[in-house]
Design a protein around this ligand. Structure first.
Ligand code: URA
Length: 408
């Protein structure tokens, strides 16, 4: 076999066999295939796509590139959730304690953010002392003790995804739905849960920009789940505008805690309740109404909030030491009218420039900075009303954030 023939086949829109995909991708992990060759293959895949069999084969190759977490010693159905990423998405911090309080085990390995999208691990690390790196034994023990655990992904799990993801990020090949499906599903399957819920984000602040691609991605992810005997449910949610009000690591932890304390009558709360309801339904085989009743009960009786506090303590975090910057810039409207749109991508980029996100993989982030929206879409504003507050630290700049608000 020859890597150039494989690249040419994909360039000519022909499909690749399991052996050819394995030769190229496993060869890349072993450093037998060069970075420029893999870059060319990824671009050919990005342009010409993959058929279902190729996507399933490549998922298999990704899973088998590393360890598979065995959760069979933990009793009961284990669930996992994944979001394809967006601005202000702190749903995991809310959903996991709710699900665990309902008696369902939720085992989640999460990633860090890159660029303008945030990652759950960065948000958790904004809590002083919080330990995100766990051994497999620690991961399993916490799942048994608390019904929930969230850790960073170990090096041993799907190492091929790590290599390919990093290369996609710098070769303009992130927005390929077959490659997204392989990346997400291989990680979820290797993480050991029985049932999976994917929150697929669509919009300007997401990887997927239109409904057509979202539907194709949803269908293939369900097919992959079925192939590996992991029931997979997909919800599609909007990412044209930020989710919730706070963007930035510590700020997002604070907002998640507010939802858990009962402030859920808003976009963030509604999405968290929907995801938790679906996960409970999947695990207990009950309908949405019965599952939602359980979800609301554990929020209203305080057990979900207490579960969050217990989880933070278990992973050595000190929630009372959580800090946001006390240096702020207030942004006021110079127009009167209805807020027609708040651009998720622009808000995410400004938050990143303030220090809340990384431009490059190894950049340090500032947990204390970010943006708090005081107005959301479809609210009316007068001249002088506060649109948002920037929490700043070293970079004291408003980056003309008003441009993110379309007021008419
Ligand atoms: N999230 C992932 O883990 N992988 C992708 O390719 C896109 C989003």
């Amino acid at each position: 076999m020859n890597i150039i023939d494989i690249i040419n086949k994909k360039r000519l829109q022909q499909s690749l066999s399991y052996e050819e995909l394995d030769y190229a991708f496993s060869g890349y992990l072993r450093k037998e295939v060069q970075i420029y060759q893999m870059s060319a293959l990824l671009m050919a895949i990005c342009i010409n796509g993959m058929n279902d069999q190729e996507i399933i084969d490549l998922t298999n190759i990704f899973i088998n590139s590393g360890d598979i977490l065995d959760l069979s010693s933990v009793e009961g159905i284990k669930v996992d959730k994944h979001s394809t990423g967006g601005i202000g998405d702190k749903t995991t911090l809310v959903v996991a304690p709710i699900v665990a309080s309902c008696g369902v085990k939720i085992a989640k390995m999460s990633g860090r953010g890159l660029g303008f999208t945030g990652g759950t691990i960065d948000k958790l690390e904004s809590i002083p002392g919080f330990k995100t790196s766990l051994t497999s034994d620690e991961f399993i023990q916490e799942l048994k003790d608390l019904n929930m655990v969230i850790s960073s992904q170990t090096k041993e799990l799907t190492p091929l995804d790590k290599e390919i993801y990093a290369l996609r990020d710098v070769t303009g090949t992130t927005e390929s739905y077959p490659l997204i499906a392989v990346s997400i599903m291989s990680k979820k399957i290797a993480s050991g849960a029985d049932k999976i819920l994917i929150d697929l984000k669509v919009g300007s602040g997401a990887l997927i920009h239109n409904m057509d691609d979202a539907k194709k991605l949803a269908t293939i992810m369900q097919k992959i789940g079925h192939e590996f005997s992991k029931k997979t449910e997909i919800i599609i949610s909007n990412m044209d505008t930020p989710l919730g009000k706070n963007i930035g690591n510590s700020l997002e932890v604070l907002e998640a805690m507010e939802v858990l304390k009962g402030d859920f009558d808003n976009d963030l709360g509604s999405l968290c309740i929907l995801i938790a309801t679906k996960l409970i339904g999947l695990a207990k085989n009950i309908d949405d109404d019965a599952a939602k009743k359980e979800v609301l009960e554990v929020i209203n009786n305080g057990s979900a909030y207490n579960k969050f506090l217990a989880f933070v303590k278990y992973q050595h975090g000190d929630i009372n030491a959580l800090k946001v910057s006390d240096d702020t810039i207030t942004i006021r409207s110079d127009q009167e009218g209805l807020i027609k749109h708040i651009d998720a991508k622009m808000i995410g980029e400004i938050s990143m420039l303030l220090g809340a996100g990384r431009k490059n993989k190894d950049d340090l982030i500032d947990y204390t900075v970010g943006v708090v929206l005081h107005k959301k879409e479809n609210e009316y504003v007068k001249v002088g009303d506060v649109l948002c507050t920037l929490y700043v630290n070293k970079i004291k700049n408003d980056f003309d954030i008003k441009k993110a608000f379309l007021i008419e």
